[in-house]
Design a protein around this ligand. Structure first.
Ligand code: DP6
Length: 374
């Protein structure tokens, strides 16, 4: 962690803190939640590197007696819809940050990936904001002073903004949800899982194939809510716990085949839960299925352990050990990009987690380009 939140310009009265926080891709999916923004089952993700949000939080002690969110801009423009979500999120944090009502706040946020890419940004956006708020807390109140409690608090707060955001505050493999055998695991915050990872899984790529970039018809929040009436939910929650246990063992043992099996089963289960919910909806597109079929054929023919997974949307994440990069890139170029309009994809990988950045960086972060046709 840098010392920039302790820079001389940052005092109890006023200052600016900035964090760059990545998106993550779940291998075991969080789908279904309980009251209090708690997950119905444990989930495991990989934190990404190139897809991130950079957020700056500017605070000034309010002379009105009651602080307000004065300004919110996203990607250099005012964004009323997201400002509303951020504002109600901030208003809900009085108990966690008792000081918050005493300050006027301005939030500037920017994504590295284009808005039109169809990549969900709530995990990176909410984790970046939570990290900024926790930095501010440390400046104005002196705590949390220990690194471990700092990130735990940030993960807790990120979760309140968006469940999957809880996992983005840590690098590499991350577990969110109480799970027997993993010390400190909890439903309230995520924990890193990087102590016992076989060398096969230490360097992973994620090629995000942008099959469709139109806005989703059904939001994730609605999807979680629909799990309540879903006749398969109890069975699903058991499966997720089994797959969490299986995946943790697989990551330690270096079992690539089992990694692929669990990862793909989770993706297909997620989408089948959408299909057999009361509203019976489909977020996959024909291109999604075409890509899946070709990934499976490629694996059969080459033995390369590349696994597909899906978020709550049509785009396909292709997860692979980096040592197989050459043949995976060939597959993408020759077979998969024909299903991505404009041949657009994001070349991402497992990354080192969030980074505190200097003031100013939030406004003009370099865009990570979506790769496109050669
Ligand atoms: C399919 O975290 O976006 O990506 O808590 O309502 O904000 P809210 O939901 P969100 O759900 C993400 C669901 C998922 C699976 C996952 O990331 O685990």
């Amino acid at each position: 962690m840098t010392n920039s939140d302790r820079s001389p310009g940052n005092t109890r009265e006023e200052g600016t803190v900035c964090w760059r926080s990545p998106s993550n891709i779940a291998l075991v999916k969080y789908w279904g939640k309980r009251a209090g923004q708690l997950p119905a089952n444990p989930s495991v993700s990989i934190t990404l590197n190139n897809s991130f949000t950079c957020t700056c939080l500017k605070y000034r002690s309010s002379d009105q007696g009651k602080g307000r969110l004065l300004n919110f801009s996203f990607g250099g423009e005012k964004n009323e819809a997201f400002a509303g979500r951020v504002s109600s999120f901030l208003n809900s944090l009085g108990e966690l940050y008792p000081f918050i009502g005493d300050y006027d706040l301005e939030v500037t946020s920017r994504n590295s990936f284009p808005h039109s890419s169809g990549i969900a940004s709530s995990a990176s956006a909410m984790s970046a904001l939570a990290l900024c708020l926790t930095s501010m807390e440390r400046i104005v109140s002196g705590s949390p002073s220990e690194e471990e409690s700092f990130f735990r608090k940030a993960s807790y707060v990120a979760r309140m903004g968006s469940g999957s955001a809880a996992r983005s505050v840590y690098p590499g493999y991350v577990l969110w949800g109480r799970f027997p055998g993993i010390p400190w695991s909890a439903d309230e915050f995520a924990v890193p899982l990087n102590d016992n990872i076989h060398k096969e899984f230490r360097e992973m790529g994620d090629a995000i194939l942008l099959v469709d970039d139109t806005p989703k018809r059904v939001s994730s929040s609605r999807g979680h809510a629909l799990m309540e009436g879903n006749p398969w939910s109890a069975v699903r929650y058991e499966q997720a716990s089994r797959n969490t246990s299986g995946l943790i063992d697989v990551l330690a043992a270096g079992d690539l085949d089992e990694f692929v099996r669990i990862t793909e089963q989770e993706a297909l289960t997620l989408h089948s839960l959408m299909m057999n919910s009361d509203e019976g909806y489909i977020l996959m597109k024909p291109g999604t299925l075409e890509v899946i079929e070709r990934v499976r054929r490629f694996r059969e023919e080459t033995g390369v352990p590349a696994a597909f997974t899906l978020d709550a949307g049509p785009n396909v994440h292709l997860i692979y050990p980096v040592r197989f990069r050459e043949s995976v890139i060939k597959l993408i170029d020759e077979e998969l990009l024909q299903f991505c309009p404009g041949r657009r994809w994001i070349d991402d990988a497992a990354g080192g987690g969030p980074l505190q950045v200097d003031v100013g960086a939030g406004g003009d972060q370099v865009q990570v380009d979506v790769e496109s046709a050669k």
